[in-house]
Design a protein around this ligand. Structure first.
Ligand SMILES: *Cc1c(COP(=O)(O)O)cnc(C)c1O
Length: 366
């Protein structure tokens, strides 16, 4: 089976470096928020083009902590997308704020600035753009819109490690960015991990307090914080894996190019690749088809795993049926949720497997 991910394919050199990193942490006698986390924070800030990075427990916490650090709370609205991992929505809800859903662009699956504008109210405090599938969202238009309205742009970069828009890295367009290092992400650790990055010294300082019980100096708690710390072990693993990230991204781009060139099917639409390849780091490779369950069955028979990202839009989830949304509706998101299918695109795929995936799609009689 050609699976969506295959972590057992990591080469021996990488595994050896991770074992050495593990031993280094084990023998250091210091396991939470220590020198490995500090080193990773500085390496991640520099790699992602940000001024500051703060290691936290996961991507969802990074978003919650960032939103709280910019002052989002009860009574506030945050405009975001119905087509995302549910964690984006949970982070907003956990701040006590209300998510408001804008419709998406059919070519990217990412929020459409025109719909975002229709969602703005006097209570809107921020727009949260999700760089979905690894592609930079319309940050040029959104940062302009947010600036003109005096509200924050914030970035969910959980799928977009290394993507750029107009020569500027994703994660540096907004007030802060939330990153996830869940194992399946483009940069993953051996469990849960995340980071917040920002250009603001003040947001950085608040995030450091919030992630550690709201503690300013030991046993002083000026705020109601979280326990959301990054382990030394995960940080040490991330430092080794970060050395591979550029090569992995390059391989993802090759696979995406091969799929986009090779897939030719009257009822399967490949989401168009951006004309500037730097906009996309191909966390997922998504096609749409009105007969996607049949396509998934066909692929499975041919030994190719596939998944749907995401089959149920946020406003169809039980806790969210009353959620605020674009008064013009969310028709594009509804259609996308019913038709999207993700093909395997991890960097360990062989050329032969890429060919197998392409011919499996092209041989579909649907
Ligand atoms: C994975 C993901 C998250 C959440 O990250 P966790 O580390 O799993 O908490 C948030 N947003 C998006 C778009 C994601 O893909």
């Amino acid at each position: 089976m050609i699976t969506m991910n295959d972590f057992k394919r990591d080469d021996e050199q990488l595994v050896a470096s991770e074992l050495a990193a593990t031993e280094r942490v084990l023998r250091s006698g210091w396991w939470v928020l220590g020198p490995e986390v500090r080193a990773f924070e500085s390496e991640w800030a520099s790699w992602s083009g940000a001024r500051f990075a703060v290691g936290v427990a996961n991507g969802m916490d990074a978003l919650e902590i960032g939103l709280r650090a910019i002052g989002v709370g009860p009574g506030d609205e945050v405009v975001t997308t119905p087509m995302t991992a549910f964690a984006t929505i949970l982070a907003i809800l956990r701040c006590g704020a209300a998510p408001v859903l804008a419709d998406i662009d059919a070519d990217t699956g990412i929020i459409d600035p025109v719909s975002v504008e229709r969602c703005l109210t006097p209570r809107t405090r921020a727009v949260a753009v999700v760089h979905l599938y690894g592609q930079a969202g319309p940050v040029e238009a959104l940062s302009e819109l947010c600036r003109s309205r005096g509200i924050h742009l914030v970035e969910d970069c959980a799928q977009a490690h290394g993507a750029e828009a107009s020569g500027r890295p994703c994660g540096t367009w907004g007030s802060f960015a939330g990153w996830s290092f869940y194992p399946t992400k483009n940069l993953g650790c051996l469990g849960d991990g995340g980071a917040l990055s920002t250009e603001s010294e003040e947001i950085d300082a608040r995030a450091r307090v919030l992630r550690n019980y709201g503690q300013s100096i030991r046993y002083h708690h000026p705020e109601v914080g979280l326990n959301s710390r990054l382990d030394e072990l995960q940080a040490a693993i991330l430092r080794e894996r970060l050395k591979r990230l550029d090569a992995w991204t390059a391989r993802r781009r090759q696979v995406a190019r091969a799929y986009a060139d090779g897939i030719r099917h009257p009822s399967v639409r490949v989401l168009p690749l951006p004309s500037d390849p730097r906009r996309h780091v191909h966390h997922l490779f998504v096609v749409t088809t009105p007969v996607r369950d049949a396509l998934q069955g066909h692929l499975k028979e041919r030994g190719v795993e596939s998944l749907f990202h995401y089959p149920i839009p946020v406003h169809r989830q039980d806790p969210c049926t009353d959620i605020g949304r674009d008064p013009a509706g969310l028709a594009v998101a509804e259609k996308h949720a019913a038709e999207c299918l993700s093909l395997p695109i991890h960097p360990g795929l062989t050329d032969a497997e890429i060919d197998t995936v392409v011919s499996a799609v092209n041989s579909f009689r649907g």
